[in-house]
Design a protein around this ligand. Structure first.
Ligand SMILES: [Zn+2]
Ligand SMILES: [Zn+2]
Length: 339
């Protein structure tokens, strides 16, 4: 294997993506090497592309929606074997012994790393990942189907299943883009009375096709009032990228309802009186760790939840990245490695 190389697309310096050849190295202790089959291009990759993370060093290979096959295992990795199909998401592993880990808050680990930011990610034919960052992928799921589920899917699935809503409760998903089109599918499959909220009458059929029971067009209808007609939403999953759209939907929360923010907008308005009078809350939701990814993939394979993807070959990563940045992709952009 000495001297064997592989292709990777790296951010050589902020704002510059280059296709390069790298030498293949063995995984260190506690890590595995993955032959990457596909990697999603996520809006969060701009963190790497534009140096938006403190301490990030270059060159750096972006990509945190990685799906492939383990092809080498480092020392002290009892849980993974060569040949296993796996995925790696945003959470790049945790130590297992800091205070946060000991409390079960693995996502908040003191030495947490982010895939594609603190170490090289999946815009490449191979990558090395800490064993704690790895999730098993179901056999019947293709890698390109799995990739977006490791970030957009995981975030929406994990937020919904931790929202406090129970089957039959009203759950609203604000926004029907990359995150929202998955959120609606998960909410429907989880048995919630699912409400899709987006801009324009033209998205109504799409929302129903995804499984929404009810559609609210927030350009002509007041989403808060419409949700209150249903008794209020036990959970609102806010994926939208506009603070105004988020502010306008808060009033649709039921008593004890929770609004989960997974889209980072600069600011939004909340009514403290409305929250405190009904024991309601607005909270941010961190996506999840590797075991949550594993649950997301398994649930998706079982229930048929699928991301809609535009697929590009690795060498067209730059075009794929620009396509994602244009906001016009329907809905996620995925790099597929050549055989
Ligand atoms: Zn992402
Ligand atoms: Zn830790």
């Amino acid at each position: 294997m000495a001297g064997k190389t592989y292709r990777a697309v790296q951010v050589t310096k902020p704002g510059q993506l280059d296709l390069v050849e790298r030498e293949l190295v063995a995984p260190p202790k506690g890590a595995v090497r993955i032959r990457v089959e596909s990697c999603g291009i996520c809006h969060s990759d701009t963190v790497t592309y534009q140096a938006l993370f403190p301490g990030i060093t270059y060159p750096r290979v972006p990509g945190h929606e990685v799906a492939g096959v383990i092809d080498a295992v480092g020392a002290d990795v009892p849980q993974w074997k060569v040949g296993q199909r796996v995925g790696v998401g945003w959470n790049g592993g945790y130590c297992g012994h800091c205070k946060h880990c000991r409390h079960g808050d693995f996502f908040a680990c003191d030495s947490t790393q982010v895939t594609g930011i603190n170490f090289d990610g999946g815009y490449a034919e191979y990558m090395i990942a800490p064993a704690s960052a790895v999730a098993a992928m179901p056999d019947k799921m293709s890698s390109s189907d799995a990739s977006p589920l490791l970030c957009a899917g995981l975030t929406t699935f994990n937020a919904l299943r931790n929202s406090g809503a129970r089957p039959g409760d009203v759950v609203a998903v604000l926004g029907l883009g990359g995150l929202g089109h998955l959120g609606v599918q998960y909410a429907a499959k989880m048995g919630f009375l699912t409400v899709g909220i987006a801009r324009g009458k033209d998205k109504e059929k799409f929302a129903h096709d995804l499984g929404a029971d009810i559609y609210i067009d927030n350009t002509t209808q007041d989403p808060a009032a419409e949700l209150q007609k249903l008794g209020g939403a036990k959970a609102i999953l806010a994926t939208a990228t506009s603070g105004e759209a988020m502010s306008a939907v808060e009033g649709g929360l039921a008593i004890n309802g929770t609004m989960l923010l997974i889209g980072a907008v600069p600011s939004m308005q909340v009514s403290p009186l409305f929250l405190l009078m009904g024991d309601r809350s607005v909270k941010g939701w961190y996506s999840g760790t590797s075991i949550d990814s594993e649950d997301t993939l398994a649930f998706s394979a079982r229930t048929g939840v699928k991301s809609m993807n535009e697929v590009y070959p690795l060498e067209k990563a730059k075009e794929g990245f620009e396509r994602m940045m244009s906001g016009k992709a329907r809905f996620r952009v995925v790099l597929k490695m050549g055989e």
